[in-house]
Design a protein around this ligand. Sequence first.
Ligand code: ADP
Ligand code: MG
Length: 390
Amino acid sequence: MQLKSLRDMSVTGRQVIVRADFNVPLRDGKVSDPSRILAALPTLEYLRNQQCRIVIITHFGKAKGKVDPAFSLRPAFEVLAERLPGVQFASEVPGTPEAIARSQKVRQGDITLFENLRFHPGEQANDPAFAADLAKMGDCYVNEAFSECHRSVASLGQLAGLLPAAAGFQLEKEVKYLDRILQAPARPMVGIIGGAKISTKLPVIRALLEHVDYLLLGGALANTILKAQGVAVGKSLVEESMVEAVKDLTLTTNKLRIPVDVVIAHSLEPDAPEQTVAVGNVPDDQLILDIGPETVELYKLILQQAATVVWNGPMGYFELPQFAKGTDEVAKFVAGLSATTVVGGGETLDAVNALGLGSNITFASTGGGAMLKFLEGKPLPGIVPLLQNA
Ligand code: ADP
Ligand code: MG
């Protein structure tokens, strides 16, 4: 998959709209994880060095089509301003006449971050008229919002179709690593899928089974598969409506692996005492909250041989330390491999970063949902217009 690259677009001195993803987590009004903002810096610095007039647009939070100060981009702006001195903030809502007028005042080498795209109803309605108004804010377009590319919103697919468009450096990297997993991975390739819900991850599990040499499962989603196999799972988190749909995920090939032992407890209380049992020995009044040590050892033996690893989803309820061992052990092992390691998912990266292992991963994807959709092999609406032959 070849994307139109920013390096091949003539941008010098032009007015460039950068669609970023500054939808970052906040704690007490401050950005608690700036990774997505930092990931856009190489593109912004490149454009500034090219003397571009730079207009940044992005959404933030669950704003509902009208101005809502609770979802202002100011906290994100503060982080950006620390890294890019001189960057300006425009409180005008993108696409409005006021914002278009303001965008015309941006000078060469200047960067202006505009207010939240979702303050306008046209963004999520994927309104072509809104996209046309956004297009008036610049004369070319750079997509640096991989994590939003699975959504059909005006500022992505539509806007890219209206102006000369290219992929930002981070987006280009995301696609390079994920596309290689689907097209030409170094083998053996091992997939690891965990996390909360089998319903959101079943499509990617099925798609990965076509590509990987081994697929290791953990997390709450494995409970539903165990249940479908007729194994007792006590009062574990199970998606009953999915039990039928996963019955065919059997272990008759040795590609798919599910836990052989699990860590259980009576409840999710912080001081719940835990216990390790073999799969099949979970009492009715207990929940599965992590993979057990034997499973960890089995998974390590498989990972040991890997030339490529792709991982999304924690192995257990890692928010409590007594159920974090499976996730932590897998994270440490993956980080220590010389294989190409690609890791994504909000909680998965939280777990990896909490161990200080972020820099030991070959590539951390900024896109949780977008990464899953990409690996499912679906065309992403934000990326289709950036394809070389589009
Ligand atoms: P990511 O954001 O990395 O894609 P998910 O959102 O799919 O991951 O899932 C993460 C959540 O799954 C975590 O909050 C974790 O506590 C939860 N989880 C994982 N395993 C279990 C389990 N056995 N029981 C309950 N919750 C679990
Ligand atoms: Mg999550």
